[in-house]
Structures are given as structure tokens and as C-alpha cells.
Write a protein of this length. Sequence first.
Length: 372
Amino acid sequence: MFYRNKLMTAFGFALVGSLAFTACSSGAPEVKAGGAPVEVPGASAKANEFMNKLYQEALSSGKTDIVMYGPSPSANKALNQVFLDRFPGIKIVPQDQADAQTLTKLDVEAASGNRIADLYIGGESPQAAAKDNICTPVDIQTTPAGFKVPAQNDGKLLLFAYRYFGFVYNTNMVTKEEAPKSWHDLLDPKWKGKILIGDPTVPGGMQYIVTSMMLPETEAKWGKPFMEQLAKQDLNFSQSEPTVPSDVASGRFPIGIGVYSGFYDGQKSKGAPLNMVFPLDDGGNFLSRSGLCQIKDGPHPDATSLYLNWLFTQEGQDALGEKNQSYGVLPTAPGPAGAPPLAELKHLPFANPDPKFNAPYFDYITKLFKKS
């Protein structure tokens, strides 16, 4: 059993210029174009040449910021720092906000022609990528020969990593031995009224997790009978999925379930009294495919393309496992430290983004879990 003690869906309108936090040090010296070429370890000569071309163009134009929108781009700070250390002079400006707010901002920016965002980073099927005027395909020239970057929406949405969900518990209230280690452990009467989850009746990771446990290939182990028993445990719904680990850390609830590892990591990195249980003993592990898209006509295209190309190098994929606690998509990408290799991890089926496929499941979930 792997219990992760180290630092990391689907998912304010402050002006970018007023943001105080970036993923680079504010006192870093200015880097000008024309310096020595950067060499990314493990990348081919062609890949390095392409990345250096983008790098020099970004420096020459002065368009060196990469503004990231999404549910939690700031949680990728450690990963992004590897990129920033490799390419000095580039800056990353994350803006965390719920998907609904992000999509509204992207729509407004597209309609006005005043683009602020350069990159959307989130789940595997953000609605932004389905719109003609939001995302644009990216020229990725850094992957190994024969490898094609997994993509959706006509190549506009790139899938770059697999993130996992688990159970979290407050270490001041629950011991490692007491912590639930499977979905059926949650049915223990001692947890009644003490379980916190993201609201499964609204779009988000929990809705897809519950759905994946009722599919034909999983219903024998869980299915509707299990869901009905779980619903009788007087579950508590959080205000939003990102607040589940913070509410558990505060002591409001001893355990939280269906927690995205990125949200957990954000609290753990602050010293919160939290631990995560992953993987689960019963194979009920849920993985989400992390996706991103470059914004069409974004203000910093070269820097953004550079970041995306770096992400698919071996260095970028290694950093995902080491710094981001996720599984990369390259065959040679390692997983999080201490976690089983992806090929050996028993997990629930991936989310199906087709609304028609999900409709009957979502309807059932809403009826079963909706609070009166």
C-alpha cells in the first residue's frame, strides 16, 4: 500500500497584471535573445533546435509570459519550475478558478478579441476545446519517433498526463491503520455522517467516479446496490471539490473521498495534517487524463508553444512523475515515486466524455444523492 506523504475534471476575476504570484522569482535578471542555445537532456537535435527557435522568438518579442487558466494551474508550480529553470526569462502566471468561471472568461475574451489567457489546463474534455474560437492545434515536434500525442477535439486538446484520485484523512483524527483503504470500507457504521465528498450531482470528478463504478464492467463489484448503501452513510457535500482536502485538514471532517491528487498536494505542501490513501486495495482507483490546449490568438504564442513542446520531452515527462505526482503519457515516462507502474495499476474505466452515454448515469446519481 502506497501512502503518499510528499508533495501535487472535471476542474476571482483579478487582472493578470495584478497577480502577485508567478512560478519564477520576481528578482530574476532579464534574459535577452541571442544567448547560447539551450539543450534539453534526452531531446533529439531536431527537437532542441525547434525549442530554441521558439525560445529565441519569445525572448526577441518580449512576449515571455504564459498565462494559464484552469481549476488549479498553480498546483503545478514544482513541475513548471523545472521548465523555468531550463528556459530562463520565461514566466508562468497561473489563474486558478472553477471551470465554469474559466469558460465564461474565455468566451468573453474571444468575443471581445482581448485575449489574456495563453493556455487552458484541466481535465480530459474541457468544453473550451470543443469551441472553434477558443483553442488551436499545436505543432509538437519533441516526441520520440513513432509516438503520437494523444489528443481530442481534432488535435486541439492534448492529453499529457494521468492524475489520480484517492481518499484523504486528517492525521490528527484518523490513524494510518484506521483509514479506509477500499470503497467498501466506507460503509463501516463508524464513518456515518463523517465522510466529505465533492457533490456528485454537479459536473466534476466525483460524478465521473461514481459513474465508472456502475458501468457493466464494474457493476458486479460495486454498481447501484453499493451506491445506495453509500448514500445511506449521510455523506457531506463540500462547497466545491478543491475544498474537500482543506475541510478535512481543518478538522471539520475526518475523511474525504474522491479527492484529486492535485487538490490534496496543494494542502499537503502547506503542512496540512493530511495523508492520502492510494492505491485502493479493491482496484477502485480512478485516473483522470489531464488535458491542455493553447488558446487561439493568445498573446504569448511562442512561449506557450515552447512550454507544450517541452512538456512532451523526456525531461518534461520525468518531471510529471517527480514534481507533479502524476503518470506521463510517453511509454518511457515514470509514475509518481512509490506508486505502481501504470501498467500494473488496477483502475476504474476512464471517463467517457459523451453526454449521451453519461445521461442515464448522471440522472440516477442526481436522484440518489440530491439533497432535499
